[in-house]
Design a protein around this ligand. Structure first.
Ligand code: C2E
Ligand code: SIN
Ligand code: SIN
Ligand code: FE
Ligand code: FE
Length: 411
């Protein structure tokens, strides 16, 4: 083997090790999928790609990137498409899931008719995209558990011309995917743990699915991403903060664990006294996040404590004295404006929108116009007006999220 070839193999391995290490620092499954797909595409110089995750006997479309069709770093409704493909030999991703072997295709339109699977042209037909080469890889974690399938599309050469995937890509990306699959499983587990915890805290009802917790997390992540790229924050910083924000926002009402069922599930308006008791869910929540050095704990604490503060004051709990940890803590003067942490200002808009658009024990869901009307008329009093502006700007993405995470119908 010549020195040159040795060097390039060496740097490929180093790239994969370094990237795997970065992936291992992420916590939320969406951030992990984003990173894995981005780095794999970069390595293969692929124009597009998507990831499907296994749920029961289906592959659920879970992540997509496409440099030709989508602008980078802007909120994108395509991420929240809700469809699944059966695990069988009829589709390319189904075939790869079933056989657990990587599959290389040089031109999707020139498949040998003898092959069991066929290429589904409907996406190209709808979008005007032309799929050519494909590298489709099973995502397999420890104990040979199939986590999903990653598909990279349209490898480009140095001149930007689409052609077959390089032999390097075919060797190294599947290796990287073995590590990546373990990270994906961990990300899924983190979400599931939080959902289960929220089920105990807030819902106390086995027929509820926690869909609204998923929605608030996703709304916050998208609002923040757009807000921060408007302000020119770096892509790296945005990804790091989004990773924490998504999970922290899911836990905003975890303090409802300390509120009695008679208040939490009251099918009518709360009395002043009951509402005063309800206000403590902010403090109870904040008390769960003690770790001073963890970014996720800091953000979770800020959101739990401050998501009911208002831009012009008059929210709650206000300044808690002597501090939130104290047994004889008292709620105090409301805080306002930028004294309310950004993450909590974002969560306030996401949480109220979701409460307005969803049924509650005390109200029916409101139609879009009514929800947006309330958010816009309360911008500048209840809400940070810039956050409401971002929310309205990305409302198509908000609606795609709402449609993806739907409450399972109750028996
Ligand atoms: P939640 O149901 O998740 O509502 C979150 C926030 O959305 C509320 O915070 C409020 O700012 C907003 N919101 C909810 N419904 C409406 C509405 O019909 N109109 C408008 N304009 N805004 C709405 P808030 O008021 O601090 O309430 C915090 C939590 O207290 C609520 O969380 C809910 O769990 C409970 N709660 C509030 N009011 C009532 C009530 O009348 N009956 C019952 N059973 N629970 C209530
Ligand atoms: C930011 O300010 O851009 C990140 C949000 C936070 O850390 O609270
Ligand atoms: C509330 O915060 O209790 C009402 C929401 C609003 O209209 O500001
Ligand atoms: Fe709350
Ligand atoms: Fe809430």
């Amino acid at each position: 083997m010549g020195d040159e070839q040795f060097l390039s193999q060496d740097s490929a391995v180093l790239t994969i090790l370094k990237t795997s290490e970065e992936v291992n620092q992420l916590k939320d499954v969406d951030t992990i999928l984003d990173k894995i797909l981005y780095e794999s595409r970069k390595f293969a110089n692929a124009d597009a790609g998507s990831i499907f995750l296994v749920e029961k006997d289906r592959l659920i479309f879970s992540y997509v990137q496409n440099d030709t069709l989508f602008k980078k770093e802007t909120a994108n409704a395509a991420l929240y498409q809700n469809f699944g493909i059966p695990i069988n030999e009829q589709s390319i991703v189904g075939y790869v899931a079933k056989t657990r072997q990587s599959l290389v295709i040089d031109d999707a339109y020139e498949l040998d008719p003898i092959l069991p699977f066929s290429f589904n042209k409907s996406f190209d037909e709808k979008s005007g995209f032309r799929t050519t080469s494909m590298l489709t890889i099973p995502l397999i974690a420890q104990e040979s558990r199939l986590v999903g399938v990653m598909q990279l599309i349209n490898a480009k050469n140095d001149m930007g011309k689409v052609g077959p995937f390089s032999s390097e890509a075919k060797i190294y990306i599947p290796l990287f995917c073995n590590n990546a699959s373990v990270a994906i499983e961990r990300g899924i587990m983190n979400r599931e743990l939080i959902l289960r915890m929220m089920q105990m805290a807030e819902l106390r009802d086995p027929t509820e699915t926690g869909a609204h917790v998923q929605r608030v997390g996703a709304y916050c992540a998208e609002i923040y991403g757009t807000w921060a790229s408007r302000r020119g924050h770096s892509a790296k910083e945005i990804k790091r903060a989004r990773d924490n924000l998504r999970l922290a926002a899911m836990m905003h009402d975890v303090g409802k664990v300390g509120i009695s069922d008679s208040i939490l599930k009251k099918p009518a308006k709360l009395t002043d006294e009951e509402f005063d008791a309800m206000k403590w869910h902010t403090v109870y929540g904040a008390r769960l996040f003690k770790n001073e050095t963890s970014e996720l704990d800091r953000m979770s604490r800020e959101i739990a404590l401050c998501h009911h503060e208002k831009w012009q004051g008059r929210g709650y709990p206000g300044v808690v004295t002597p501090d939130v940890w104290s047994d004889d803590a008292k709620l105090g003067e409301p805080i306002n404006g930028e004294d309310i942490p950004l993450a909590a200002r974002i969560c306030a808009v996401a949480d109220v929108y979701d409460a307005l658009a969803s049924p509650r024990s005390y109200k029916d869901p409101f139609p879009d116009e009514k929800c947006l009307g309330i958010l816009e008329s309360d911008a500048g009093t209840h809400f940070d007006p810039e956050i409401v502006e971002v929310f309205v700007e990305i409302f198509d993405v908000i609606k795609a999220i709402r449609d993806k995470y739907v409450e399972a119908t109750k028996k």
